[in-house]
Write a protein that binds this ligand. Structure first.
Ligand SMILES: C[S@@+](CC[C@H](N)C(=O)[O-])C[C@H]1O[C@@H](n2cnc3c(N)ncnc32)[C@H](O)[C@@H]1O
Length: 299
């Protein structure tokens, strides 16, 4: 399950080895977030290179811009959903690129800012929208979906075996009053899962929170669209790196890469997924669930 530190971009050495950024290159960081990977890429493509830095979260992008200010001539911030990657490149007339990075999910900025509503630990409103200009929040889903819809959502996007119990608990609680905060929801879920489950390393609400977040932000469909568009925007020899944090994302990356490899468009460079080295997980326990897949455009 995912939690990240602003100061430690996950699998940084491995991503840099695969992308091998050189002066003059054009690279897309589709998930700029705190700008950790972006900063190292910018250092290596300067002078003369361009980093197209996408993030659908305007606030994160603004912070990244401040951090990356020393590279402002090479950094092109884009506040959009990466699922429109092809259109974004056409609009800025960037041509084909040498590399693309997807470091999926939410950032430490999201987790540490209680009012964004992603965190189980920091109580805040049940929001979870990465793009706060978009409509539906987690509060809407929790209070408006039927019990069956909630149960399927928590099963499919959270891979949570107690999905029925949790959906039942939510429906019982909201009959008394609207559920509005992350703390209320976390407590409702905790109180209904078996006792031994409450004592595991991860909070018992982690999977249900993940499910809501994925649905609020339509994360899996966005990711699949973007990955399918990626080979079309890569130069021959260009590489796409995907860092995922749960099996639903990883499965999509694996299947899309396989499909394009079978068509002779991509060559898969990570026959086995790459995981962080032990020293990284020791210094950054938040990297524990990360998986990296990389493919190269061959035709
Ligand atoms: C894990 S963080 C990236 C951290 C970054 N690599 C770093 O080193 O600081 C993921 C970022 O991707 C953004 N994001 C997630 N899905 C997105 C999408 N579909 N389109 C654009 N940005 C997205 C999130 O808002 C978040 O800021």
């Amino acid at each position: 399950m995912e939690e990240r530190s602003l100061h430690n971009p996950v699998l940084l050495d491995e991503v840099i080895d695969f992308l091998n950024p050189a002066p003059g290159d054009i690279i897309i960081d589709a998930t700029v977030g705190g700008g950790g990977h972006a900063e190292e890429i910018l250092r290596r493509i300067s002078p003369g290179g361009t980093l197209v830095g996408i993030d659908r979260d305007a606030e994160s992008l603004k912070l990244a811009q401040e951090r990356l200010n020393p590279f402002q001539d090479s950094f092109k911030p884009i506040n959009k959903n990466f699922r429109d990657i092809r259109k974004i490149l056409e609009e800025i007339k960037a041509g084909k690129v040498n590399g693309i990075l997807f470091d999926l999910g939410i950032s430490s900025i999201h987790l540490e800012t209680a009012e964004r509503g992603f965190s189980i630990k920091n109580a805040g409103p049940l929001d979870m929208r990465m793009d706060r200009s978009q409509g539906i929040s987690a509060e809407d889903l929790v209070n408006d979906l039927s019990e069956i819809e909630l149960s399927s959502l928590i099963r499919d996007f959270g891979e949570e075996r107690f999905h029925r119990r949790i959906a039942g608990a939510i429906v019982a609680a909201r009959a008394k009053r609207r559920i509005k905060t992350t703390a209320e929801l976390a407590e409702i879920i905790s109180s209904r899962v078996p006792y031994r489950y409450r004592r595991q390393r991860i909070h018992p609400a982690t999977r249900a929170f993940q499910a809501l977040r994925i649905r609020v932000n339509d994360e899996l469909a966005s990711m699949e669209d973007a990955l399918r568009a990626s080979p079309g925007v890569l130069k021959e020899g260009g590489r796409v790196c995907v860092i995922s944090f749960h099996s639903l994302e990883d499965r999509i990356a694996k299947n899309v890469f396989k499909e394009f490899a079978a068509k002779g468009v991509l060559r898969i460079l990570t026959k086995k997924i790459l995981r962080p080295r032990e020293d990284e997980t020791l210094t950054n326990p938040r990297a524990r669930s990360a998986k990296l897949r990389v493919a190269e455009r061959i035709a």
